[in-house]
Design a binder for this molecule. Structure first.
Ligand code: SF4
Length: 475
């Protein structure tokens, strides 16, 4: 067994499977509140350009009147050489490298347009390259993107700069180029190490590739490496997935994300092949896989951060959770406190304190907007004061696993217990079943409730409609 620290072995945390069976229903992942399903295409009333100007007026967390609030940058790099049949991301499948060069030309136009509105002196505390496959870009194009970022933005010395990595499309030169432009964290897509499963999902990735990627990243000084796994894929079993966990633990990652496969063939037609071949595991098999992953990871000393995320106790994510400073944004859990998010590239999402906006998902529409000199925004949302309050409640629940009523009363400016009395009364069944502990001053999520954080959060979600097809199942 691989231990994240040199201390005594941790005790695995057992899951309350009956309660998961009872309460697991389709629901949002709360990377935002309201969730992206609530965004609207009627943009004019939202005043999105004004939102950037209003956002410029935000002050830093320390209240320094000379410094604007922190900024997080996201770049969506959508290209992949081949399609993994399970994939739910917004991708462009091509082997034409010039596509990356053309895309960077357009990204440059989008950054310049946005920069005209932004206060560029605000500190950038987080950068994320997502995709797609960011390393589809050749090393020199990655350097070009780094130069573009540095031309416009002011990255803080401790900026958390992360990149999604596909070990199949990685060279040492990519790693060196990424490090050169400031990247210091990586997230590796592994999904499953079993060769049969890999064939079934159209993603052949021998373990040696994962080992090589880790070696290059560690050698270059990447501080925190995450591994993404998915359970519920074709041909997976509890025992094959247990082996995958062991293989991945042998790589000594700092964090793991263990996602439930989202089967949405009406949105992603490539997934139909799994139904045609009758290869998908059933709900009970899926639950067994999640249980074994949870047991092995907590047994190996990883902290269950919540919502599919596990981290070494000394990783920034776990440290931040203990300190009560964890946040959640469109990339999942984050240590970048209270940053406004500026996304670039097709389908990317941005957020200011009272708005969300999402770019066009197709290259043609995104380019057409840039050609017209407009921000390439397709959908968005202006939050009401009520949305802002509920977002705070849901985010604190997801990050801290507790709600401190006095602290919320101070933050929201309303008496939390009386304003949300109906929601609190609606938690009685969760209290009876031991998922939460509710007192006059706090709501505390008990260990049995951690895998059901989304379900608990849904009780505070005024927009939630349990339309089974709109969201993936919570487990
Ligand atoms: S490489 Fe990643 S983004 Fe591309 S198709 Fe596969 S899973 Fe999706």
């Amino acid at each position: 067994m691989i231990l994240p620290t040199e201390t005594a072995p941790a005790t695995p945390t057992p899951l309350a499977l009956d309660l998961i069976r009872k309460y697991s229903i389709p629901g949002p992942r709360y990377t935002s509140y309201p969730p992206a399903t609530q965004f609207t295409a009627k943009l004019a009333p939202l005043g999105l350009e004004d939102a950037i100007l209003r956002d410029n007026g935000r002050r830093g967390a320390a209240g320094d009147p000379t410094e604007g609030g922190p900024v997080s940058l996201y770049f969506h790099l959508p290209f992949c050489e081949s399609r993994c049949w399970f994939c739910g991301c917004n991708t462009v499948i091509t082997r034409r490298r010039e596509a990356a060069t053309e895309y960077l030309d357009d990204l440059e136009r989008e950054v310049a347009l946005t920069a005209e509105l932004m206060d560029l002196l605000r500190p950038v505390t987080q950068v994320h390259f997502g995709g797609g496959t960011p390393t589809f870009l050749p090393p020199d194009e990655l350097r070009r993107l780094g130069a573009l970022i540095n031309k416009y933005f002011r990255l803080t010395p401790d900026c958390e700069f992360s990149v999604e990595i596909d070990p199949r499309r990685l060279t040492r030169e990519h790693v060196l180029a990424l490090r050169e432009i400031g990247a210091n964290r990586a997230s590796l897509g592994v999904q499953d190490t079993n060769p049969q499963v890999q064939l079934a999902i159209h993603r052949v990735q021998p373990q040696q590739m994962n080992e090589q990627a880790f070696a290059w990243l560690r050698e270059a000084g990447f501080g925190s490496i995450n591994v993404d796994l998915i359970y519920g894929l074709p041909l997976q079993t509890a025992s094959s997935f247990a082996q995958t966990i062991d293989d991945v633990l042998a790589l000594k990652p700092d964090r793991l994300s263990v996602f439930s496969y989202a089967h949405v063939p009406w949105i992603k037609p490539a997934q139909r092949i799994f139904e045609d071949r009758k290869q998908l595991p059933g709900p009970e098999d899926k639950l067994a896989m999640f249980a074994i992953a949870h047991e092995k990871l907590t047994g190996a000393g990883f902290v269950d951060i919540g919502l599919d995320h596990f981290a070494r106790p000394d990783d920034a994510l776990a440290v931040s959770q203990r300190a009560g400073t964890l946040h959640r944004n469109f990339q999942g859990y984050s240590t970048a406190a209270d940053a406004s998010l500026y996304g670039f590239g097709i389908s990317s999402i941005s957020s200011t304190p009272d708005t969300y906006r999402q770019n066009f998902k197709t290259m043609a529409e995104w380019r057409a907007a840039l050609d017209a000199g407009k921000l390439p925004v397709e959908r968005g949302l202006r939050l009401t004061p009520e949305d802002v309050c509920r977002r705070t409640i849901i985010m604190r629940l997801m990050c801290d696993r507790r709600l401190d009523f006095a602290a919320l009363t101070r933050t929201l400016g309303v008496n939390f217990a009386t304003t949300y009395a109906a929601e609190l009364a609606n938690l009685a069944d969760l209290q009876t079943d031991g998922l939460i502990q509710l007192t006059k001053s706090a709501l505390v999520v008990k260990p049995a409730g951690v895998p059901l954080l989304r379900v608990i959060a849904m009780r505070f979600d005024a927009h939630f409609v349990a339309a089974a097809k709109r969201h993936a199942a919570t487990i």
